[in-house]
Design a protein around this ligand. Structure first.
Ligand code: UGA
Length: 441
């Protein structure tokens, strides 16, 4: 099928590329000329495992193309996906100006029936506004609007798109639904077709529920610390109940990234606007913020004063397998440590480049190291801020002597406390009050 994706950011680029990979003829539109030039060369501006290869392959096969022209894009696709940013306003609500602008630009370019699909994460009722806008600028245009939320995770976006656990779209038109079903046929995933408003809500409700699980286990981690229990065992025990499930019950420094913080704030704002305040989510946000403060307090309890102390921070990305530092709790940690006068030496396998675009990287007390071991040289403590698998395999025996004292604060419960203690480290995790391994019986 002929498909157009407007916006070649994270979602647009990965979605368009995976559509091309299953055989669709895809044209991606982006108003950034430099980005389009880069993509036409088969190179990608982000780090996402497996994506660069797929872009190259599909560009070479002629199934994936890029342009800066929206009219050309609208002309190309029977179905036009909108995947532009939906940034937050200062009050947490969503700024929909890019969606509105694209709707205005699409309208005059519609010459024959088109399905306009909203892929960006938007508040409920945005589909109605998009339809109204297109209609206002092109009263005779024949089109339907569909909401098609995406559920990809950074770091595993290609796998999430190629083998999704479900596909959801909301449509109020049989004609549009038939085309949408055809697009997704090659993916062989369970399909849920809803009305437009429900599809829009599914996205916000899904992300909020996942964030709720994270804050829930983080709140439990505080209780574990106060009662000498181990949150990892508690998560395992409750996760074995299939009604609960083990995933997204990893206690740590809390959630970050370009989706959860923004989407939870947006869902709170929408519910307030609709007159049904979602106070539970306000508590989810509060627990999330508190988790980092509790962690820094733990560091203070051992080191007392942080001023002039050299600290090795391992990890800067908001989670492993990505170079994305947007709303990264690891970056927030660096900011807070430096604000207390600490000297941070940081290392990240992929995100040091993106980190260097942030103002905090310019701070005189922030330096970057070439390896986790180099960051630890002469440091008072190692702080694990992102659970990159390679950190678990570091040469801890070798590193030990280069530290002022063998001290580790593991903000992501990446390491095994007993092993670290066995190597002579003073280990502090999250909610790991109990030192011994639990009996299997
Ligand atoms: C999230 C959702 O998982 C996707 O389904 C959704 O499509 C996407 O947002 C989106 O809205 O576009 P993503 O932000 O890429 O995906 O990352 P996650 O893997 O969900 O992690 C989010 C944050 O939660 C990270 O900071 C991670 O460290 C944290 N997290 C995750 C925990 O602290 N504990 C966990 O158990 C799981």
């Amino acid at each position: 099928m002929k498909l157009t994706i407007i916006g070649s950011g994270y979602v647009g680029l990965t979605t368009g590329t995976c559509f091309a990979e299953v055989g669709h003829d895809v044209l991606c539109v982006d108003n950034n000329e430099k980005k389009v030039e880069t993509l036409l060369r088969g190179e990608i501006p982000i780090y996402e495992p497996g994506l660069a290869e797929l872009v190259k392959k599909n560009v070479a096969a002629g199934r994936l193309n890029f342009t800066t022209s929206t009219p050309e894009g609208v002309d190309h696709g029977d179905v036009v996906f909108i995947a532009v940013p939906t940034p937050p306003n200062p009050d947490g609500s969503v700024d929909l100006k890019y969606i509105e602008k694209v709707a205005r630009e699409i309208a005059p370019a519609i010459k024959e029936y088109k399905v306009v699909v909203d892929k960006s994460t938007v508040p409920v009722k945005t589909g109605e506004k998009v339809a109204e806008t297109i209609h206002r600028y092109a009263p005779d245009a024949e089109f339907d609007v569909v909401s098609n939320p995406e559920f990809l995770r950074e770091g595993s976006a290609v796998a999430d798109l190629m083998e999704p656990d479900r596909i959801v779209f909301g449509s109020n038109s049989d004609r549009a639904s038939a085309l949408m079903k055809k697009i997704y046929e090659p993916f062989a995933a369970p399909l849920l077709v809803t009305d437009i408003n429900s599809a829009e809500l599914i996205k916000h409700a899904a992300n909020s529920f996942l964030a709720l699980k994270i804050s829930y286990i983080n709140a439990v981690s505080a209780i574990c610390e106060a009662s000498n229990a181990d949150v990892e065992l508690v998560a395992q025990g409750i996760g074995m109940d299939e009604r609960i499930g083990r995933s997204f019950l990893n206690a740590g420094l809390g959630y970050g990234g370009s989706c959860f913080p923004k989407d939870i704030a947006a869902f709170i704002a929408i519910s307030d606007q609709l007159g049904v305040p979602f106070d539970l989510l306000k508590e989810v946000e509060r627990i999330n913020k508190n988790q980092l403060d509790r962690f820094i307090q733990k560091i203070r309890e051992t080191l007392w004063v942080l001023e002039e102390k050299k600290l090795a921070v391992w990890g800067l990305s908001f989670k492993p397998n990505t170079d994305d530092v947007r709303c990264s709790v690891a970056v927030e940690l660096v900011e807070k440590l430096v604000a207390e006068g600490a000297e941070v030496v940081a290392y990240d396998p992929k995100a040091m480049g993106t980190f260097q675009d942030l103002p905090i990287s310019e701070h005189e007390n922030v330096t970057l190291a070439e390896s986790p071991e180099a960051a630890a040289q002469g440091a008072e403590a190692i702080i694990v801020a992102t659970e990159w698998p390679e950190f678990a395999n570091a040469d801890f025996m070798g590193i030990k002597d280069s530290l002022v004292a063998p001290l580790i604060f593991d903000g992501r419960n990446l390491l095994d406390p007993a092993t670290m203690q066995g190597m002579g480290y003073n280990y502090h995790g999250i909610g790991r009050g109990r030192e011994e391994e639990a009996s299997e019986t």
